[in-house]
Write a protein that binds this ligand. Structure first.
Ligand code: FMN
Length: 200
């Protein structure tokens, strides 16, 4: 029964148990249709959100914008590292063009609100996770990447308003090579029963 469930991708638990990332540079098309991407992002926004603040936004980089993204990354890399090699620039160019679909997740916390920014950032992380799960459930593979691109002020300013930051670049496509899994933590290494302190 257990093995059958693991192989049955229509089972919600099996979907959770089998999701893994793909390397964006190995991804091939086709990407999600407009309707599928809308569905993925709608599911991504269906997450715990203390205060109903929606402290995140999705910025879709379409095929027509990939060239501009490549140009932006060229300028941003030059600003980050004027000595960047041709190989480094080539990698940045590949980043801009890889995978069939690209969504930039922007963390947009309300500042000075009674809901702490930390909680809003956690909500943004949950949106990223749901995005990946929804892509997986629709038969795609996703990859959540930050890299220097997410921390470059020039790239940030091209995607974000004041006070916002890039939570990640979400590439979506199909695996062009067989996916490999990474070792997963043993449950007993990351979970324990709480022992109350002797005094408090
Ligand atoms: C916020 C965040 C940023 C990440 N940035 C990168 C990155 O820049 N490069 C990378 O190789 N993996 C990055 N990862 C890890 C991958 O997204 C992915 O989780 C990992 O490669 C494989 O784990 P998975 O198969 O469970 O998704 C990042 C993960 C998170 C949560």
């Amino acid at each position: 029964m257990h093995n059958r469930m693991l192989n049955d991708l229509t089972s919600p638990l099996s979907l959770l148990e089998t999701r893994r990332s793909g390397r964006p540079r190995d991804m091939v098309g086709p990407g999600p249709t407009t309707e599928q991407l809308d569905r993925i992002l709608t599911i991504a926004s269906r997450i715990p959100d203390h205060g109903k603040l929606s402290p995140w936004r999705f910025v879709i980089v379409g095929d027509e914008q990939r060239e501009d993204l490549a140009l932006l990354l060229r300028c941003a890399l030059q600003a980050e590292d004027p000595c960047a090699t041709a190989a480094h620039h080539e990698k940045a160019d590949q980043f801009a063009r890889q995978a069939a679909a690209l969504v930039v997740l922007v963390c947009a916390p309300a500042q000075g609100h009674k809901i702490p920014v930390w909680e809003q950032e956690l909500s943004c992380g949950a949106a990223g996770m749901n995005l990946l799960m929804a892509a997986h459930a629709l038969g795609f593979v996703g990859g959540w990447i930050t890299g220097w691109q997410a921390y470059s002020p020039m790239v940030r300013d091209a995607f974000c308003e004041a006070g916002e930051r890039i939570a990640g670049f979400f590439f979506i496509g199909h695996p062009g090579v067989e996916l490999t899994d990474r070792p997963r933590p043993q449950l007993d290494a990351i979970s324990r029963r709480w022992t109350p302190p002797k005094q408090f």
